[in-house]
Design a protein. Structure first.
Length: 391
């Protein structure tokens, strides 16, 4: 552990450096996953292929990894402060200050990119500016599109937040934070263990028996019944498990823990789609293994490790600082990338690698700019005004 990073308040406990670094690695892999998702999307839009994502196929599991990290860090940071320096009002203020400025930035960027695309859905249907503004307002106040096809679901993909699709996971993150403050934090260690076991069984059954019908657990991004159920399980199990890990954590030293965990994490994301649906969904079973077994081990090892020099500490801090901005701001750029792929009927990295690298690099640069020029100053101002503290 080390001193607090730019993402923390002045009275925040020391951070787990390696967990910050692993969060950044996962966020960077999400960008690659979405780049390759663009090729699959272009194939489907032009009826030119199966739409199978062939590289970083399991990149969306980064969300489940984020939820475990979130539960671990929140449990570590707040569990022993309730009734002392922490009130429910204070907790919610802190979480809003931490999360919501970038939610607003992501919504604005999503509206700008949609306007640059001509305010048209993927099928060419024009969308009125009034609906774009309503969608922007709903995203800023975190009001999801209640069903696919409503007027302010402007892109026509059925997304909960059509101006910035990945906000769906932040929506569930907010729910997790609320449940933590109201209910989960009050559970004894034994009761929390029972809850985690039950949720783990439910998630495993959801994945193994392919309840979503997708052949994977990449659900939660829209508000139909199975997506809301799946999204709730994807948040509740890892989030609760992360808190249980934080309560029972005892370091197990591993030399080179960050690099080992980072390589394993990338390898898990990179496994191709696993065929086989009878008698159970093989791909779902693999993803259940990742979320229920592999990711908790990686979090435990990452929390156990320490950085041993200034360079590795700086790398982990940088990755941790940009992880959240990257996740929030990269997808509006992806919308532009997808539109370009569809228009030009481009389906492979070999055809477009220069543009793909530029999109990747621009996502990182944009995240850094948003962090330094917007997120940190805004959070500092809000902390001073609402908490009478400084970051």
């Amino acid at each position: 552990m080390s001193n607090v990073s730019s993402s923390a308040f002045a009275d925040t406990k020391a951070h787990y450096d390696l967990l910050d670094g692993l969060r950044g690695v996962a966020a960077l892999m999400v960008i690659w996953y979405h780049i390759f998702e663009g090729y699959a999307f272009a194939e489907v839009s032009n009826s030119a292929g199966s739409g199978m994502i062939e590289t970083f196929n399991h990149g969306y599991l980064a969300v489940d990894f984020f939820f475990i990290l979130s539960g671990f860090v929140i449990g570590y940071a707040y569990d022993d402060r309730w009734g002392k320096s922490m009130t429910m009002k204070n907790f919610f203020k802190r979480r809003l200050i931490r999360l919501h400025p970038m939610v607003i930035m992501g919504a604005v960027l999503g509206a700008v990119t949609f306007y640059l695309q001509g305010c048209v859905q993927w099928d060419g249907t024009h969308v009125a500016i009034s609906m774009v503004m309503l969608s922007l307002l709903c995203t800023i106040f975190f009001i999801p599109a209640m069903m696919p096809g409503v007027g302010y679901e402007v892109r026509g993909n059925g997304e909960m937040f059509p101006l910035n699709g990945p906000c769906w996971s932040l929506f569930f993150e907010y729910i997790g934070n609320i449940l933590y403050a109201l209910f989960i934090r009050r559970l004894s260690n034994r009761a929390l263990t029972v809850l985690v076991v039950l949720l783990g069984i439910a998630l495993a059954l959801f994945a193994v028996f392919n309840v979503s019908g997708y052949g994977n657990i990449g659900v939660g991004w829209t508000l139909d019944g199975v997506n809301f159920l799946g999204g709730s399980l994807r948040m509740l199990f890892p989030f609760s498990l992360g808190m249980l890990l934080s309560r029972n954590f005892k370091p197990v030293r591993l030399k080179g823990a960050f690099w080992i965990c980072a390589i394993v994490l990338i390898a898990l994301f990179s496994v191709p789609y696993l065929e086989g649906a009878e008698p159970f969904c093989v791909n779902g079973a693999y993803e259940a293994f990742c979320v229920i077994i592999a990711f908790p081990i990686l979090v435990w090892l990452g929390a156990s490790g320490i950085t041993t020099d200034k360079k590795s500490t700086a790398i982990c801090k940088f990755l941790g600082d940009i992880s959240y901005p990257i996740y929030v701001v990269h997808y509006p750029l992806m919308y532009l990338f997808y539109a370009w792929l569809i228009k030009n009927k481009l389906y492979t990295l070999e055809e477009t690698w220069e543009v793909a690298l530029c999109v990747y690099a621009l996502s990182v640069v944009l995240a850094c700019l948003c962090l330094k020029l917007y997120d940190e100053p805004v959070r500092k101002c809000l902390a001073k005004r609402l908490l009478h503290k400084k970051l």
